[in-house]
Design a protein around this ligand. Structure first.
Ligand code: SF4
Ligand code: SF4
Length: 322
């Protein structure tokens, strides 16, 4: 049975018109052989594999949890570093578009920190494109697998003419919080990752947005703003631009300033590696041993309080006004 379509909301932004933007700055200015070769592969080889036959027999899952567990395990097997699931809402869809699937499976792959030691640079530009290509393979394989289970689906490639806005999808799928620089900061991967998605109507458990104080931290840290060569990253949040997924007013990057720099300087990307949430040595101790990201905290039953120490022997810290 066909799903009823979900239409974009009235307030949805139009999809980014790359040609119009490039024409404003006198055409595409990034000419790197490796980048051109990767773009050719994406457009000429991957795009053809977005569609495929759906198996006539549909596999049934015991529960929505089992379905999401299976899909996530497959995404990881096909090369995802992170994967999350959310329900698609009208505000996730670009203006004038519609989708017929209910869920988005967001898939992310990390970019290598060591390729961003100099930004902007040819090396960082190639790394961005390398990950777009490998991420494309991951979402295509995941879509093939979903069709083999008897469910229709659609690839939302990280590059190109997608129907969905990747950032709100990633935020709802639990990829992290929105940074001042306009990119998602993942608690483990930081901001150096790219994402794409596959949309489908398999009934699955959804993930929850992350609210770990990352976005709030941006109010005091301004590293990306300081190091943005185009001065495109704002000082203050913009209440008139609406809230993010955890209720914070959004920071709005000035795309009119960013794009000309980005498009003439190897996709710039400076705001990503300068972000303090890049955990270069994260989860390793000083001798290089891999450790946990966060200690496991034991929540045993709480003992009764002991409060019979005389007042003049109690140790109280001075109150500090912050
Ligand atoms: S990509 Fe470059 S120009 Fe654009 S916001 Fe980031 S640092 Fe600024
Ligand atoms: S560099 Fe600082 S202000 Fe900018 S996104 Fe990262 S944490 Fe937020």
């Amino acid at each position: 049975m066909a799903n009823s379509p979900i239409n974009a909301s009235q307030d949805s932004p139009p999809s980014f018109n790359w040609d119009a933007w490039y024409s404003q700055i006198g055409g595409r200015k990034i000419n790197i052989e490796e980048v051109d070769a990767i773009l050719k592969k994406i457009y000429e080889e991957q795009y053809l594999r977005f569609e495929g036959p759906v198996h006539e027999k549909q596999i049934q899952f015991d529960s929505t949890f089992k379905a999401s567990e299976h899909i996530k395990a497959k995404a990881i097997e096909f090369g995802a570093d992170i994967v999350g699931i959310c329900r698609i809402e009208p505000s996730d869809i670009y203006k004038g578009k519609q989708v017929t699937e209910k869920f988005a499976i967001a898939v992310g792959q990390r970019m290598l920190w060591r390729k961003f030691q100099v930004v902007p640079s040819q090396e960082s530009a190639i790394e961005c494109l390398r990950v777009y290509l490998t991420l494309g393979e991951t979402v295509i394989k995941l879509a093939d697998h979903i069709r083999s289970l008897g469910y229709s689906c659609k690839v939302e490639h990280p590059i190109g003419d997608s129907d969905l806005l990747h950032i709100p999808i990633g935020l709802k799928a639990g990829f992290g919080e929105l940074g001042r620089h306009g990119s998602i900061i993942h608690p483990k991967l930081g901001p150096l990752f790219r994402m794409g998605s596959v949309i489908t109507s398999i009934e699955m458990e959804c993930d929850q947005p992350v609210n770990a104080g990352i976005g709030k931290f941006c109010d005091t840290c301004k590293a990306c703003r300081i190091y943005c060569p185009a001065k495109a990253i704002p000082d203050k949040r913009s209440p008139e631009a609406g809230k993010d997924h955890i209720g914070l007013d959004r920071y709005i990057v000035d795309t009119g300033k960013c794009f000309p720099y980005f498009a003439s300087h190897y996709y710039c990307s400076a705001c990503l590696p300068v972000c303090v949430y890049n955990h270069k040595e994260w989860a390793r101790d000083f001798e290089g041993f891999q450790t946990k990201l966060f200690p496991e905290v034991i929540f045993d039953p709480v003992p009764n309080p002991v409060d019979d120490v005389p007042d003049d022997l109690k140790h109280n810290y001075n109150l500090v006004n912050r």
